[in-house]
Design a protein around this ligand. Structure first.
Ligand code: AMP
Length: 280
């Protein structure tokens, strides 16, 4: 596996591949890799001639400086995991390589950037769009693999591709979970042992919501979820929204032709966790 730190070395490596037209799969990550990330690499491996990945903890998408400072980093293990999964090239740039100039572009994703994550993490999606746009420009991937774990981010990047007329196909990949149902996340490493045990409440609540969706209204489920998190003072529910899987617009009742998905963000201690589940 090639480990490259500069845009020009990536271009040198990929030049022949671009010319040949062989498909390039790309998996952008922030490192501290787990099986969720690796599932994206494995899928990319099946569908492309060359599999590429990036590891870059993107400072401009962190609205909380403490979260950036404490973001887990484990580069040696990341490289082992990527190598074992058959990744051909990993790009690990320094901040200066990604952001040599000061002015950053400003995107407009309409309502999509103001709801759910956008409401609680101002500027987050602009930071995501800026870095992903730059990464797409560096790799020019045929297909890009993104996790449904970050459903709103996936929809934002789909919009970015349309707005900027980027020729990469976005491939959404299913959420990979721990044995107790907790969605895998680099942030899980920061949970203390007691909180790690409690964290499966998020999955349990989503699973129960899915069961209830057959017999209860949207409102009843929102109330149920809210109550669930009030029973444990270590949790602080930031939002639970039932939205359409495609548009992410909130729904008020179970409508035909709409795939409802429950999206949740909750603090467990000072660690913020997100998850989602299709309810019907
Ligand atoms: P991150 O390193 O958190 O920026 O994630 C990099 C990519 O991996 C994103 O497309 C995420 O949605 C995806 N991802 C993270 N966790 C999971 C998971 N548990 N299952 C599937 N994909 C995931």
């Amino acid at each position: 596996m090639e480990i490259l730190k500069t845009k020009s070395s990536v271009a040198d490596f990929l030049n022949q591949v671009w010319k040949s037209g062989d498909p390039i799969g790309f998996v952008p990550t922030m490192g501290a890799l787990h099986q969720g990330h690796i599932s994206l690499v494995e899928r990319a491996k099946l569908e492309n001639s060359i599999v590429t990945a990036s590891i870059f903890v993107n400072p401009i998408q962190f609205n909380n400086p403490e979260d950036l400072k404490k973001y887990p980093r484990n580069i040696d293990r990341d490289l082992d995991l990527l190598g074992e999964a058959g990744c051909d090239l990993v790009f690990i740039p320094e901040v200066e390589e990604m952001y040599p100039e000061t002015a950053l572009e400003k995107y407009d994703f309409g309502y999509l950037e103001n709801i759910m994550e956008g409401k609680y993490r101002p500027g987050h999606f602009n930071g995501v769009a800026v870095v992903v746009n730059r990464l797409f420009d560096i790799f020019k991937p045929s297909k890009s693999y993104l996790g449904e774990k970050d459903l709103q981010q996936l929809r934002i990047i789909e919009q970015l591709v349309v707005q900027n007329k980027i020729s990469t196909e976005i491939i959404p990949c299913a959420i990979v979970r721990e044995a107790d149902g907790l969605a895998m996340s680099s942030r899980n490493l920061r949970l203390n042992p007691e909180h790690r045990k409690k964290a499966s409440l998020i999955y349990q609540t989503l699973t129960k919501s899915k069961e209830m969706a057959n017999t209860h209204t949207v409102n009843e489920i929102v109330n149920f979820v809210t109550d669930q998190f009030e029973t444990d003072e270590d949790f602080r529910l930031e939002y639970f929204s039932i939205v359409d899987f495609h548009s992410l617009l909130a729904i008020e009742s179970w409508e035909d032709g709409i795939t409802p998905v429950g999206c949740i963000a909750a603090f467990l201690g000072d660690i913020r966790l997100i998850d989602n589940m299709i309810l019907k």
